[in-house]
Design a protein around this ligand. Structure first.
Ligand code: HEM
Length: 208
């Protein structure tokens, strides 16, 4: 099998299925009553971390594709990105149910008044818009240029996720700082190195 066939026939189906792994692990821990003293907090933290880590994983695809020259790798970006959105939705649901008991006016007040919640909610809205436009029909409707511009917002969503995490922790900022470092490296890897224009050499005959 060629690398392209491996990615299409083995790695992509694996990426589609593997995203359920963390949820199964969490489910088993729940069944074993092993979610610690505060299960609601555990679920909220686990799903938030899963959403952010999987989002960063989806951002490794473009640099990997550039480094390897294997264009089919791009086919992994959508399933990984959608899994990140799925965990972000679970995380948001934990907040809605456990923290706010589905009280709509409390939720709206909290989103407006607490900056780290505002940032998390904005990141979730961005992920929602990317998920809704991740299908072939949306690319046709928006046109390639606009679709690409919209999907570059994934970096804004990831930065929002990191800031939201940094803002939510009270003492030890080592994990969110490390994830922020990973995001900076991934952003730097995205910057295209354009070949410099050849400068005509002065005083030397430049061939036409
Ligand atoms: C819908 C909007 C969101 C709300 C209302 C929300 C709310 C929360 C809350 C209440 C916490 C717990 C803070 C604490 O215990 O003090 C939290 C933590 C966290 N959230 Fe969000 N969040 C949202 C969106 C997101 C998104 C989109 C991401 C990732 C892309 C994310 C990633 C995280 C992470 C990584 C943590 C920290 C987990 C930990 O401490 O282990 N959140 N969020």
């Amino acid at each position: 099998m060629t690398a392209t066939q491996w990615i299409s026939r083995v790695i992509r189906p694996l990426a589609i299925v593997a995203g359920i792994g963390p949820a199964i692990w969490l489910g088993l821990k729940f069944l074993r009553d092993d979610l610690g003293a505060n299960p609601a907090e555990y679920l909220e933290h686990f799903t938030g971390t899963a959403a952010l880590v999987i989002l960063l994983l989806s951002l490794t695809i473009t640099p990997l594709r550039r480094l390897s020259g294997i264009n089919t790798l791009i086919r992994l970006r959508k399933p990984i990105g959608l899994w990140s959105f799925a965990y972000a939705c679970l995380h948001f649901s934990c907040y809605l149910v456990f923290d706010q008991s589905l009280d709509l006016s409390e939720i709206l007040h909290d989103i407006a008044k607490r900056p780290y919640i505002t940032v998390g909610f904005s990141a979730w809205l961005l992920l929602l818009s990317l998920a809704l436009t991740s299908f072939a029909g949306a690319i046709r409707t928006l046109g390639g240029k606009r679709w690409n511009a919209l999907h570059r917002l994934v970096y804004v969503a990831a930065a929002g996720g990191v800031i939201h995490y940094l803002w939510s922790v009270k003492r030890d900022v080592s994990v969110p700082s490390a994830l922020g470092g990973v995001l900076i490296v991934l952003l730097a890897a995205r910057i295209e190195r354009r070949p410099r224009k050849a400068m005509p050499m002065q005083g030397v005959g430049v061939p036409e």
